[in-house]
Design a protein around this ligand. Structure first.
Ligand SMILES: N[C@@H](CCC(=O)N[C@@H](CS)C(=O)NCC(=O)O)C(=O)O
Length: 234
């Protein structure tokens, strides 16, 4: 049975999984989950992923959430010798480290500043900005110390995908990160060297920009965590 990916069109973790499947030329069925309609908040969706988060991978009745786990599983099961997820323990540890860093710090700090205020009633604060700069500073240091062209090796790995899509949300809000020279170079090289992958992110970035210009009213979701921003109808 062909792999099924439940993904949201502008969500960084979903984009990374789509990019991996594309890069490894693994056939899959893309099932669009409409965040604005709350399609991920239903009881049926919770059967696939009790966290009610997107993406989810379905592999012949096996359901997996958490994009890092999905990326690792796809490589391990379908392309075990791929450069995208090296097997040598130290090389793999660096990839795993960057994935953990993205999940715990880089994407966490950046998305709270970039994405959350686009969709919900959050302000961009000085404290939030500090956390973004802290994340950028650490990633800059990792790139500098390792000295490789990519985030965890000289080749593209699954870590680049996640870190790239987090960084893309900074570009979406026109956040100037040029002073982080290594990140800036790595980000632009990714665009140039992997135009197919960039196209996937770029389409998402255009959607995010659309929502910046046309803030959505998500009050109907009754989101259990995020405060809705009510848009006055003209
Ligand atoms: N740690 C998860 C995070 C996924 C995530 O945050 N997805 C967002 C969409 S981009 C989501 O589904 N959020 C649920 C919500 O806001 O209700 C992963 O990496 O897969």
């Amino acid at each position: 049975m062909v792999l099924k990916l439940y993904a949201v069109s502008d969500g960084p973790p979903s984009l990374s999984v789509r990019q991996l499947l594309h890069q490894l030329e693994i056939p899959f069925e893309l099932i669009n989950v409409d965040y604005g309609k709350g399609e991920h908040m239903t009881a049926d969706y919770a059967k696939m992923n009790p966290q009610k988060e997107i993406p989810v991978l379905e592999d012949d009745g096996f359901y997996l959430g958490e994009s890092n786990a999905i990326l690792q599983y796809i490589c391990d099961k379908y392309k075990p010798d791929s450069y995208m997820y090296p097997r040598d323990p130290k090389s793999r540890a660096l990839v795993n480290h960057r994935l953990c860093f993205n999940l715990s710090t880089y994407y966490a700090n950046i998305s709270a500043y970039t994405m959350a205020p686009i969709f919900f009633d959050y302000e961009r604060t000085e404290f939030g900005l500090k956390k973004v700069n802290m994340a950028l500073d650490v990633f800059e240091t990792y790139l500098e110390r390792l000295g490789t062209s990519h985030a965890a090796s000289e080749k593209l790995t699954i870590a680049d995908l996640q870190l790239f899509n987090s960084t893309m949300t900074l570009e979406a809000i026109d956040f100037d990160f040029r002073k982080y020279k290594k990140i800036h170079t790595w980000y632009n090289n990714f665009k140039q060297n992997y135009p197919d992958l960039w196209k996937i992110s770029e389409d998402a970035m255009k959607e995010i920009k659309y929502f910046i210009a046309n803030p959505p009213d998500l009050t109907h979701l009754n989101h259990p965590i995020h405060p809705a921003r009510q848009i006055k109808k003209k």
